[in-house]
Design a protein around this ligand. Structure first.
Ligand code: ITT
Length: 196
C-alpha cells in the first residue's frame, strides 16, 4: 500500500481524506504519526504559497509524498478580504467566533445583493521534486446573522449559491459535495488515481 502524509492536525480533514484515499489503496498518515514535525507558520501572501510551504516541509522531513490545503473566504464588498488571512482576521489569537463577528461588523451597512463571497481552497501535493496544486471554489452570500450549529469557521454566515441553508445547516456529506475543499480534493484524487 502506498503512503501519503497529510500536513495537518485537523481531525476532520484527516478522516475525510482517509476515507477518500483508502479505496485507492493509499494509506494516509498525518502529523500525529510524526510528533517531531513543527507547526508550519502560514505567513505566505497566497493560499498556494501556504499550501506548498506546508507540503514541502512535511515531504522533506518524512521522505514521503505529502499533501496539504489552505482555505480563504473572499468577500467582494471587502475587496477580497479576509482571503489568505481568514484564520487570523480578528487578530493572531482570534477564535472562529471573533472572526465571524468582525466580518459581520465590517459588512453591517452592506445590502444583501452586495454580500457576495466565495470560499477558495488550494490543495498542494509535493513528492521530491514534483509539485502540483489543485483549486476548488464555492460561490455564495454572507448572511447578516449566524444560522446553524454544524461545520466550523465562517460556515454559519455562508449560504452557498442555489441553496437555502448555510454551510452550518447542511450535513457534513452535503457540504463536502459542493464545498471548495471537496472540489479541490476531488480534482487531486482524480489526478492521483490516473497517475498510479
Ligand atoms: P490546518 O491545520 O490544516 O492548517 P487551518 O485551521 O489553518 O488548518 P485552513 O487553513 O483550511 O484551516 O482555513 C483557514 C481559516 O478559514 C479557518 O481558520 C476557518 O476560519 C476558515 N475556513 C476554512 N475552511 C472553512 C470552511 O469549510 N468553512 C468555514 N470556514 C472555513
Amino acid at each position: 500500500m502506498k503512503r501519503l502524509v497529510l500536513a495537518s492536525g485537523n481531525k476532520d480533514k484527516i478522516k475525510e481524506l482517509r476515507e477518500t484515499l483508502e479505496p485507492l489503496g493509499i494509506k494516509l498518515l498525518s502529523t500525529y504519526d510524526y510528533p517531531e514535525l513543527e507547526e508550519v507558520v502560514e505567513d505566505q501572501e497566497t493560499l498556494e504559497g501556504n499550501a506548498l510551504k506546508k507540503a514541502r516541509y512535511t515531504a522533506r522531513h518524512t521522505n514521503l509524498p505529502s499533501v496539504s490545503d489552505d482555505t480563504g473566504l473572499e468577500v467582494d464588498a471587502l475587496d477580497g478580504a479576509p482571503g489568505v488571512y481568514s484564520a487570523r482576521y480578528a487578530g493572531k489569537e482570534a477564535t472562529y467566533r471573533d472572526n465571524l463577528q468582525k466580518l459581520l461588523n465590517e459588512l453591517e451597512s452592506v445590502p444583501e445583493e452586495n454580500r457576495t463571497a466565495r470560499f477558495r481552497t488550494v490543495v498542494a501535493f509535493v513528492d521530491g521534486d514534483q509539485e502540483k496544486t489543485f483549486e476548488g471554489v464555492c460561490e455564495g452570500t454572507i448572511l447578516t446573522e449566524p444560522k446553524g450549529e454544524g461545520g466550523f469557521g465562517y460556515d454559519p454566515v455562508f449560504r452557498p449559491q442555489n441553496h437555502k441553508q448555510t454551510f452550518a445547516e447542511l450535513s457534513p456529506e452535503a457540504k463536502n459535495k459542493i464545498s471548495h475543499r471537496g472540489k479541490a480534493i476531488e480534482k487531486f484524487v482524480k489526478w492521483l488515481g490516473a497517475k498510479k
